[in-house]
Design a binder for this molecule. Structure first.
Ligand code: HEM
Length: 355
């Protein structure tokens, strides 16, 4: 049976704790935008699906459960203003709250080189606005629709006998989802960097940027590392996070915020499809993270990196993923904030103590 639909009150509860009035509006709109009606997929059913496949882990995110909070700044060089009037692209420096994470719902899973790496960013803008984005180190997303992701999660459910997904089930899924099979090929051809600090993080979803002259253009964005390739070596249970903490102790880590501009006809509705590599890019400035913090009350642990929280000058495109993400993140947030909490596997103090 489908779970209850996210009602207005739940959206308020889920997002009010995360921060702003703007966030509340975004969650409510996302839920009302219609994607939930498609074959009765609801935010509750989606959150249940993560629990069904990987177990329930009280107090943790339903995806990207393992993580580390961070803080820093974004210094805009003003170049992004050509594309968007958003205040984040005016020259200047704003505070950023961030979270590094690994995809998956198991908060103490051992780090693996191929695990999806995430970077969530919340920019605090001078006029009380915020921009929130959650990016990953894959060049494309494996699914073009929320339903595709929902179905792929089940197709990849580990067989209790082997601990691995059943190959024939995934094969059947891919036969029905050529877009995912094609995306997987692109992902395989782009091996991950060694660690978090030298990862590119891609926003993947297309958004519409509007500048002061009222000209609108689709964009995608990415955080491109300024670190040279590192040498994090697989081994310890938390090797990716340990390497990041070590790197941060040596000094701040920076990424360029790069906007890629679509040409007419480039797909905006499908995050499995890359845009041609020759597309124009605009380097909008530098994200610098200078502190990592064990997840704790009041830091990025308690932020919902809802991709629909956008400043004036950026708006959603026809990509169906962001509204769905907004509703499911709110549902995950609402569950995890009412559940008992246990400490995160990733503990900066523990890593500090090792020095
Ligand atoms: C329908 C598609 C998707 C669904 C249902 C989904 C679901 C989720 C959920 C439930 C969470 C936990 C939210 C929380 O409790 O705060 C999450 C976190 C995250 N997702 Fe997604 N996701 C989707 C697509 C994507 C895409 C396209 C990206 C990257 C472009 C992405 C990147 C991330 C990252 C980086 C986090 C961790 C953010 C943090 O640290 O809080 N997700 N996702």
């Amino acid at each position: 049976m489908p779970g209850p639909r996210l009602n207005r009150r739940d959206a308020l509860v889920g997002l009010a704790a995360a921060g702003t009035v703007l966030a509340v509006g975004a969650g409510g709109l996302a839920e009302a935008s219609g994607w939930l009606n498609t074959r009765r997929l609801t935010s509750s059913r989606f959150a249940d699906r993560f629990e069904q496949v990987y177990g329930r882990h009280n107090g943790f995110r339903r995806n990207h459960a393992k993580g580390l909070a961070a803080t820093g700044t974004f210094t805009s060089n003003g170049a992004g203003a050509e594309l968007s009037k958003a205040s984040v692209f005016a020259p200047g420096t704003v505070p950023v709250t961030a979270r590094f994470s690994l995809g998956g719902t198991v908060p103490d899973a051992a780090d693996q080189p191929g695990a999806v790496r995430g970077l969530g960013l919340m920019f605090q803008l001078p006029n009380g606005e915020q921009w929130r984005t959650a990016m990953i180190n894959l060049p494309v997303f494996p699914d073009s629709t929320p339903q595709g992701f929902f179905d792929r999660l089940l197709a990849g459910k580990p067989d209790p006998a082997t601990g691995e997904p059943v190959p024939s089930v995934m094969k059947a899924f891919l036969a029905e989802h050529p877009e995912t099979a094609a995306a997987m090929k692109i992902i395989k051809a782009s091996p991950p960097s060694s660690g978090f600090a030298d990862s590119t993080f891609h926003g993947l979803n297309a958004f519409i940027a509007t500048n002061r002259a009222g000209v609108s253009v689709p964009v995608r964005w990415a955080a491109v590392p300024m670190d040279a390739p590192g040498a994090a070596s697989p081994g310890g249970r938390d090797y990716l996070f340990d390497d990041l903490v070590d790197r941060m102790h040596r000094g701040p880590v920076s990424w360029r915020l790069v906007l890629t501009v679509a040409d007419p006809g480039d797909p905006t509705h499908d995050a499995t499809l890359p845009w041609p590599p020759e597309r124009r890019t605009v380097d909008a400035g530098v994200i610098t993270l200078d502190a990592v913090l064990t997840e704790a009350a009041g830091n990025a642990r308690d932020v919902n990196f809802d991709p629909m929280v956008l400043p004036d000058g950026l708006r959603p495109s026809d990509d169906p993923l962001p509204p769905a993400r907004s509703a499911v993140y709110a549902r995950s947030f609402e569950r995890r904030t009412r559940e008992p909490k246990s400490p995160s596997e990733v503990d900066v103090e523990k890593v500090n103590g090792d020095h």
